[in-house]
Design a protein around this ligand. Structure first.
Ligand SMILES: Cc1cc2nc3c(=O)[nH]c(=O)nc-3n(C[C@H](O)[C@H](O)[C@H](O)COP(=O)(O)OP(=O)(O)OC[C@H]3O[C@@H](n4cnc5c(N)ncnc54)[C@H](O)[C@@H]3O)c2cc1C
Length: 280
């Protein structure tokens, strides 16, 4: 990446004014993805950077009874340092999978969610948790579901000339949650896709279930989830096996790669088997 110009706004309003003048300016948060994987996409073209590091309001963490609100520039280390009493799985587990401790000190949650090329590790966890995103651009500010950042083809679609400013994560506890990297990254991808799952039970019955994988594309089989919601625990071996095959087939169709797709099926099956025990 050849840097042509750097703007260092102190407020979100200033950053938006710069983006209005230079819609091609590239938001720079921790820079850990831009300096590595995304840098190649710029080639030798001069890039204009919008450094978000001086905007204090983007590093605020707020808590209410029902939500945790994270400024987009909150680091992954700061998320991992939040009290264990706060119900944050599977996000906490996903944040812990990213890089090393020194990478996580720089890496922000906003940079993880707003990555352009692939869904990064925290995306599947936040999608499981139905997180909401505050996105601001020249036309104003709006809250929308994280699912609006996925296009019809299951690929990332973060809007151009826009800033992710806050992420609202519901903190109602899940009875079971899980997150795992899906093996080695396939050729052409820097990081492996990530499996994330969460479930709630009521009276030994599955009342809510999320099963996802996210890499180049997001894989979520709502028909499979719905077929399992309402089932009594423990699930039959037949149901668990059918879920493994359905999940694997869905991931193959989404071109996650044969290895990750098969691992995804295995994690779906082992998550469903584990909730049999916990739900009893
Ligand atoms: C050694 C190493 C290992 C890594 N391992 C992993 C891994 O296992 N899993 C993983 O997910 N990542 C990994 N990463 C990549 C990276 O650390 C994370 O994805 C990180 O969360 C990105 O955050 P950042 O603040 O550094 O983003 P940046 O690099 O600053 O930005 C990333 C992208 O998001 C955009 N952006 C950033 N903030 C905003 C905003 N507020 N609004 C709009 N757009 C924005 C940028 O323009 C850019 O396109 C690794 C990196 C390194 C160096």
């Amino acid at each position: 990446m050849r840097v042509d110009e750097v703007a260092a706004p102190q407020t979100v309003a200033e950053a938006l004014a710069i983006l209005k003048r230079r819609p091609d300016a590239v938001p720079w948060a921790g820079g850990t993805l831009l300096m590595t994987v995304e840098s190649a996409a710029f080639g030798d073209k001069p890039a204009s950077l919008l450094d978000l590091g001086g905007i204090a309001e983007l590093t605020v963490i707020n808590r209410s009874d029902r939500y945790l609100e994270l400024g987009a520039c909150v680091s992954l280390s700061a998320i991992l340092a939040l009290p264990r009493s706060l119900s944050l799985e599977p996000l906490r587990g996903a944040a812990g999978l990213v890089g090393t401790a020194s990478v996580r000190n720089l890496a922000t949650i906003g940079g993880n969610v707003a990555a352009r090329g692939s869904f990064m590790t925290c995306f599947s966890a936040l999608a499981c948790m139905d997180a909401a995103m505050e996105i601001r651009d020249a036309s104003g500010s709006r809250w929308s579901s994280i699912h609006t950042l996925v296009d019809e083809d299951g690929r990332p679609r973060f809007p151009r000339a826009a800033l992710l400013t806050r992420i609202r994560v519901p903190t109602a506890p899940w009875d079971a949650a899980s997150v795992h990297p899906l093996g080695m990254a396939p050729r052409g991808e820097a990081y492996p896709a990530t499996f994330a799952a969460a479930a709630r039970f009521e009276k030994e019955t599955i009342s809510e279930l999320r099963l996802l994988a996210a890499g180049k594309r997001l894989v979520r089989d709502r028909a499979l989830e719905l077929s399992l919601v309402g089932k009594r625990l423990p699930l039959s071996a037949k149901d668990v096996d059918a879920a493994r095959s359905a999940a694997r087939d869905e991931a193959i169709e989404a071109e996650l790669g044969a290895g990750p797709a098969s691992l995804y099926g295995t994690y779906v099956a082992s998550f469903l088997a584990s909730i049999q025990e916990e739900g009893r």
